[in-house]
Design a protein around this ligand. Sequence first.
Ligand code: NAD
Length: 502
Amino acid sequence: MVAPTTERAVRTYGVFIDGEETQPTAELMARENPGTQKVVARFTRGDASEAQAAVTSARRAFDKGDWPSRSGAERAAVLRALASLMRRDQEPLAGIDAEESGKPIRLARGDVAAGIALTEYAAALAMTSHGEVHTHLGPDFTGLVTREPCGVVAMITPWNFPLLLLMQKLPFALAAGCTAVCKPSELTSGSTLEIAKLATEAGLPDGVFNVVTGPGATVGNHLARSSDVDLLSFTGSTAVGRSVVEASSGNVKRLSLELGGKAASIVFPDADLEDAVDGVLFAVLFNQGECCVSGARLLVHQDVADRFVAALVDRVSRLRVGAPLDEDADIGAMIHSAHLDKVLEYIGGAEAEGARVVAGGTRLTSGAFAAGHFMAPTIIDQVSPTSRLFNEEVFGPVLAISRFRTEEEAVELANSVEYGLANSVWSKNIDTALSLGRRLRSGTVWVNTTIDGAPQLPCGGVKNSGYGREMGQAGFEEFTELKTIQIRSGKRTPFFRDGCAH
Ligand code: NAD
C-alpha cells in the first residue's frame, strides 16, 4: 500500500531489484517540490553496477522464469490485479507525481486514471494476442507465424508524466511476456518505484520488473549499452535520444524512441471558435506546457486572427497558477529554476526579433509564488516562422502565434519544423479537416480536439520525434518478435537428381 502523501512526509527509496526494494544507499538524490522547494523525496543514486544487477535479474526472469511462457490469461490476471491496486492507491500515487513534477494534483489524478485504463487494456491484449496460420501454401505446407515476447526491455522515462509514460510501456511489455528494467527520471522516480512494489503485490514474479534510479549518463547509458537488453524503449529529448541510438549499437538492440515535439494548433475561420479558444489554451498550458505534444504554436487564419487572439488573452487572464497540491490550480510549477530561465530566454529572444508578448511573459514571484518556480501563462503574437521560438521545443506555457492565409500555407508552416509528433486542426469543414489530417507530417492529428487519446489509439512520432508506437495494438506489438515456423507434411520432393556420380 502506498503511504498517503502529505507535504511533510519525505519518502526515501532504495532501488527495486528481483522483487525487493534495497536499503537506500548513502548517496541519495534529494528532490524538492518545485512549488515549495521543500524536499519531498530522496532517491538512491544508482550506478552501473546496480543497473547491471537489475538487467541480470530481468535476464534471469526471462531466460529461466515462467513469465514469458505463462498463458495470456495468467498474465492478464496479474495486470488486472495491478490496475485494481493502482485504483486503491490512486490518491497517494497522484500526490507523489504532483509533488515531484510540479503538475497540478487534478492532472496527476488524470494521469493515474489513464495509467489504470492502459493496464486494463493491456490485460485484454494479453488474452487476445495470437499468431497466424497459413494454409494456402500448397497441400504439403503449413506456415505458423508466432508472436513471441521480445525479451528484456529497458525503459528510460522523463520527468513530465512519470507514471503515465511508464504505463504507456510497462503493461504492454508485461502483457507480451517480456521482463523489464526501468530507469525513471532522477527528478521524479517515486511513482515508478511505487508501481514496482504494487506489481509485486499484484503477483508479478520476482525479477520481471526492476527499477534503478540514478543519473542518465551512468544508469541510462549502461542500459542503452547492455548486450543483455533486447529492446530499449526511450522517452525523452531528441538530443539524448540520439545518444542512446549510438550507445545501443553494440548488440544492435531494437529501439523505440518517443522524442521531442513542436505541435501546431491550426485554426480556420469555420471552426467553433469558442471550442477552439478553450482547446488552443488547453493544448499549450496542459502540464505547464511541459508536454511532448504541447500545442506550442498557434497558426490562425488571417480573417479571424485579431479577434481570436483577443479571446485567448481574455480567457488566459482568468486561469489559475498554483502549487501542485492546490485543488484549484490550472497550471502548476515548472520542473526547476534553470528550466524556467531557459523558457524565459526564448521569450526574450522572440521579443528582440519583433514578436509581441500579449499575455504573461514573466516569472511569478509575489506572495506564495516566491517559494517556487512559477511562470505566468504566456501568449506571443507575430512570431516569425524563422525564429527559435517557432522552431525549437520550449517545453513551457508559451503560445507562439503566426498567421496564415491559405490552407497550403498552413500545411507548409505546420510541417516546417524538425519534429512530427502531433498537430491539431480546428475546422467544421470536413474537406479541410480530412485534407490537413492527411497532409500534416505527424504521428497524430487531432480534429476539433487536442491532447486526447484512448488506450486503443497508438501514439508516436515521425521525423526527429522518433519512431515506434506506444499504446494500441501497435504498442503491444512493439514488445513482440515474429517467428515463422514452416512445416512440410508428406514426402519431400528431392532437390538433387539421382545417379549423378562425380
Ligand atoms: P531527457 O532526454 O533529458 O531525459 C530523459 C531520460 O533519459 C531521463 O531518465 C534521463 O535521466 C535519461 N538520460 C539522460 N541522459 C542519458 C544518457 N546519456 N543515456 C541514457 N539515458 C539518459 O528528457 P527530460 O528532460 O527528462 O524530458 C523532457 C523531454 O522528453 C522533452 O524533449 C519531451 O518532448 C520529451 N518527451 C517525449 C514524449 C513522447 O512521447 N514523444 C513524452 C514525454 C516527454
